[in-house]
Design a protein around this ligand. Structure first.
Ligand code: GAR
Length: 222
């Protein structure tokens, strides 16, 4: 049991369907989860995740980024005021498709997580599944990392892997990796929110052992 007052206050930032947001909000319902989701913020009014958040009883706010155009700092000022109003301790990006200024990222360094559907540092940026298939890798996966100014980079908190199949399409691979994302994002947030991670020279150390089933070899030659 984690005392309500001890729970870290988390904002989830989304731009779309918000399936990772749902995985995080579901996990956070557990009494012993060390974080509570206090607000969901979308930069797009038509993001499917907004309705899902409201159905779960979580306040959902839209700050349309489009009217701000290239003025990222002005958008971030509006965002920061919502974060301040909600006394947010940690930010989780869940398919948030807007780049931040280096100033905003520095301000939240060590307190902002992102999930990306590849085993970083491979295949950052757009179309990571297509990139993985074109490279012919046999194992891919997902990564939860602290956000730094460089896109899809930063200290890695947790990764999960899947075998890539010869007949995979970007969609089929994305579907399997999404299942991994929904497992590792809540687990990574649990680690960070409970203070079991520390940043050391650009690397995240965790006070958690390696997974018991850490061996994945693919393809199977037998
Ligand atoms: C997820 O697959 C997430 O890893 C990816 O966007 C999707 C959002 O889905 N993020 C990135 O590619 C970040 N570079 P969701 O809205 O259902 O969580």
């Amino acid at each position: 049991m984690v005392n309500e007052a001890m729970k870290r206050r988390v904002a989830i930032l989304i731009s779309g369907r918000g399936s990772n947001m749902s995985a995080l909000t579901e996990a956070a319902k557990a009494a012993d989860f060390p974080a509570e989701i206090v607000v969901v913020i979308s930069n797009k009014a038509d993001a499917g995740g907004l309705a899902k958040a409201r159905q779960s009883g979580i306040p959902a706010v839209t700050i349309e980024s489009k009217p701000y155009g290239a003025d990222r700092a002005a958008f971030e000022a509006a965002l920061q005021s919502v974060l301040d109003r909600n006394k947010v301790d940690l930010i989780c990006l869940g398919g948030f498709m807007r780049l931040f200024t280096a100033e905003f990222v520095q301000r939240w360094y060590g307190r902002m997580l992102n999930i990306h559907p590849s085993l970083l540092p491979s295949f950052s940026g757009l179309d990571p599944h297509g990139q993985a298939l074109r490279a012919g890798v046999k194992i891919s996966g997902a990564t939860v990392h602290f956000v730094i100014p460089e896109t899809d980079a930063g200290p890695i908190v947790m990764q999960g892997a899947v075998a890539v199949r010869d007949d995979d399409t970007p969609d089929s691979l994305a579907g399997r990796i999404l299942g991994v994302e929904h497992r590792i994002y809540p687990d990574a947030l649990r680690l960070v929110a409970s203070g079991r991670t520390r940043l050391e020279g650009g690397v995240c150390r965790t006070m958690a052992g390696p997974a018991a089933d850490a061996l994945l070899i693919s393809p199977d030659a037998s």
